[in-house]
Design a protein around this ligand. Structure first.
Ligand code: TXA
Ligand code: MG
Length: 404
């Protein structure tokens, strides 16, 4: 792997590499992505291989200009033709669908964008692109099944970071880019994080420094009748609701105690157990002690299921409670949690209570903690305003779940 910098020479080098099918990890305003040319199947297959990502988990297509959306998504021509981006050929690809007639006839079995969503699409693009909003739209037939995992929709985003767009422009093709981490591991917010997980599997990393938001983009499905948030993220819900008042969103629950000892599951986690308690749970002695008991009982039954590393699994359940770190939000709350004496260490995600500061810190901190001496990480939901919703979603996903 070669580490590149934000210089015209290195951007050209990354662009050339992408154009010819190599894999390049690129910074964005959210997290680093592992990019590959969407028109080269071996590059897309290489992304799945490098990340050890299952092929059923589709990728986001990144474009340099908002107008390029029409080269990736099938937007119904009658209404979309009045939109400023209209419909046009596939970016950087010999065009197979330049004519609207061809496009629509080949798509007769595919979903159309619901007509009311066409107007939302235009407003959303005007308001939020370039930016951390990923839109799910009906795909053009020319988009590879590998990119979309065979779905008839495609995820598209136009990143806000000028460096990301410069790299895509230099490549001359849209790039597919999932977060540049191994499947199920923490998302990378620095080039160093990428190098640690993927350094020996990819061709280049462009170092753009620490990412400015720190959580992944918000994913909004516009292909279904009711626009639905599939993943809360870096673009706050409140901003989207100004354009689409009736948005569907899936809420995440806190840790649920099982009725009987079963299995501990963790799909998307730091290499240490993270326990996501209920609201204000970090000062609730009864809740914490019940959770520790439940984990104990579960680990006695199935000791190897707590974490992904053998080293951790082998160290046994005794270590879960020996060095507990609590993640808090805001100076007052931090003091309250410290006062309980329940945790060996308390780390404040943002003493001044800034959701952006907490988002920027979250993954970096989890990367540090998984390499450090703590034996478990405890967190409670942040207020669900702004980026709080996305942070809670990531905490939930990173947390261990007990199933009976
Ligand atoms: O901020 C981000 O979105 C970062 C940066 C690199 O752009 N990318 C990112 O990609 O988070 P990834 O692959 O880690 O997450 C993309 C998510 C996946 O959970 C995938 O299932 C979903 O997007 N996705 C992709 N295509 C989809 C589709 N057609 N329908 C529904 N979900 C889709
Ligand atoms: Mg990811």
């Amino acid at each position: 792997m070669v580490l590149l910098k934000n210089t015209p020479h290195d951007i050209a080098c990354a662009g050339e590499a992408l154009r010819t099918g190599k894999l390049v990890a690129i910074p964005t305003e959210t997290v680093y992505g592992l990019a590959g040319n969407i028109w080269i199947e071996s590059a897309i297959a290489g992304i799945f291989k490098a990340k050890e990502r299952p092929s059923f988990d589709p990728l986001i297509v990144h474009i340099a200009n908002p107008d390029d959306v029409a080269s990736i998504a099938a937007i119904d021509s009658n209404e979309a033709s009045n939109m400023h981006f209209g419909t046009k050929g596939d970016a950087g690809q010999p065009d197979v669908t330049t004519s609207t007639a061809v496009n629509l006839s080949t798509l007769k079995d595919s979903p159309r964008l619901p007509s009311k969503n066409i107007h939302y699409l235009e407003q959303l693009i005007d308001a939020f692109w370039p930016g951390p909003l990923t839109l799910i739209l009906p795909r053009r037939p020319s988009i590879s099944n590998l990119v979309t995992s065979g779905l008839d929709t495609v995820a598209i985003r136009c990143p806000a970071l000028p460096l990301t767009r410069d790299i895509i422009l230099s490549a001359g093709v849209p790039v597919a880019a999932p977060s540049a981490n191994l499947f199920g591991r923490l998302s990378p917010t620095t080039a160093q994080h990428v190098a640690e997980q993927l350094g020996d599997r990819i061709d280049f990393i462009i170092d753009g420094g620490q990412t400015s938001i720190g959580v992944e983009s918000t994913i909004l499905d516009l292909a279904s009748e009711t626009p639905t948030i599939l993943r809360p993220g870096a673009l706050p819900l409140e901003a989207l609701q100004k354009i689409i008042p009736k948005l569907k969103i899936h809420e995440r629950k806190a840790f649920e105690l099982p009725t009987a000892p079963g299995q501990l599951l963790s799909h998307y986690a730091p290499q240490k157990p993270l326990i996501y308690v209920s609201a204000d749970g970090l000062t609730n002695r009864a809740e914490i002690s019940s959770i520790l008991k439940a984990i104990d009982a579960t680990l006695q039954k199935a000791p190897a299921t707590l974490c992904q590393t053998d080293e951790y699994a082998n160290s046994g359940h005794r270590t879960v409670s020996s060095y507990k770190i609590a993640l808090t939000f805001g100076a007052n709350r931090t003091q309250e949690v410290q006062d309980t004496g329940l945790f060996e260490e308390v780390i404040d995600l943002s003493p001044e209570g800034s959701d952006l500061q907490a988002a920027v810190k979250l993954f970096s901190l989890l990367h540090e903690l998984e390499a450090g001496p703590c034996t478990s990480i405890w967190a409670e939901p942040l207020p669900t305003i702004g980026l709080g919703l996305a942070i809670n979603d990531r905490l939930y996903k990173a947390s261990v779940k007990l199933t009976s």
